[in-house]
Design a binder for this molecule. Structure first.
Ligand code: PMV
Length: 325
């Protein structure tokens, strides 16, 4: 029988604290059950073929791991190089990637893909590794796409659940009290943007208005700590309020847009507990926290302003692998 392994990994959403985290304030991020699936299948060819239905990619990587491949594929070659260096093994296979995560919207689609790919491929070649190892390999691939990212994305897509992150202190797992009574909605604006450009724009404004920005950043740090406590206590009403305050701060530092605000205000006026941009802003996704009973009303209200609206929940699980056959 043909051997087939499936790896899957969640997406990530920053619940509060993006941008402020760049200047060493804490941020809170969660894994969401919008996932990437990577199948690794045996085939009778002497190459590794990667097909991504979402990205329209169908590329063959030779077993010498030549980097003469489209730029989208270079991070996968990097992962395979690391695997060959560390485990002295590499086998041909067919890799099929499918993802539910909107690309370039601040939901960690690349990290989710690299995490699921690493886990699936290692299982395919019968190598058992720790989650920490998977996360580290995925981070190497993330560096090719994003320069020098914080590591939030590969951490959350590997481990799942909720984390607090601070540059100077690293990651801390938050024991969030999850509840079936609440749902998370993702309204994707459909506007792709560059995280690097937005971070630069915010830092320029910071330098221009240091005395105003400093206390704002301080307040955002306190807000993130409060949001972490609200998650631990299962106080979703308070968490929603904190998200709304954080959105005001993100708007103040210049990363919201009219479309984001339209979605935010439509969501709130339809009963959302909290609504804010997530990730770098300037487009991307809006994260909405709602009572399950209000979800349909909110989705209908924001749909005319968004490219797509997804309903999900926090995924306590991170990367998973299963042997299909
Ligand atoms: O949109 P994303 O997923 O690239 O998130 C960016 C988050 C920032 O805080 C704006 C930047 C960062 O490196 O933390």
């Amino acid at each position: 029988m043909t051997r087939v392994i499936e790896g899957s990994a969640p997406s990530k959403a920053i619940i509060v604290g993006e941008h402020f985290v760049v200047r060493d304030q804490p941020a809170i991020a969660a894994a969401l059950n919008i996932r990437t699936y990577v199948k690794a299948k045996e085939h009778s060819h002497e190459y590794i073929r990667i097909i991504s239905t979402n990205l329209g990619i169908d590329v063959k990587i030779d077993m010498r791991l030549s980097r003469k491949v489209p730029s989208d594929i270079v991070p996968f070659v990097r992962i395979l190089e690391i695997i060959r260096e560390r485990f002295d093994d590499l086998r041909p296979c067919l890799v099929i990637i499918s993802s539910e995560i909107p690309v370039g919207s601040g939901m960690g689609s690349s990290a989710s893909t690299f995490t699921a790919f690493t886990a699936a491929y290692l299982k395919f070649i019968d190598i058992e590794v720790s989650l920490d190892e998977i996360s580290k390999i995925a981070y190497e691939a993330e560096c090719i796409v994003h320069g020098k990212p914080s590591g939030i994305d590969n951490t959350i897509t590997t481990y799942g659940g909720v984390i607090a992150y601070r540059k100077s202190e690293g990651f801390l797992r938050i024991n969030a009290k999850l509840s079936e009574e609440y749902v998370w909605l993702i309204a994707d604006t459909g506007v792709r943007r560059s995280t690097g450009d937005l971070v630069r724009k915010v830092l320029e404004l910071y330098d221009k208005y240091v005395d105003i920005f400093m206390p704002l950043y301080h307040a955002a740090g306190h807000l993130a700590i409060e949001a972490g406590k609200a998650l631990q206590n299962g106080d979703y009403v308070r968490l929603g309020e904190l998200m709304n305050i954080n959105q005001g701060m993100l708007s103040a530092i210049g990363v919201s847009t009219l479309q984001i605000e339209e979605i935010v205000y439509k969501a709130r006026s339809s009963g959302a507990l909290g609504a804010k941009l997530t990730g770098a802003g300037g487009g991307g996704a809006v994260l909405i926290l709602a009572k399950r009973c209000d979800a349909t009303k909110i989705k209908n209200a924001v749909r005319p302003y968004a490219r797509q609206v997804l309903e999900t929940n926090i995924s306590p699980k991170g990367v998973e692998v299963k042997v299909i056959s």
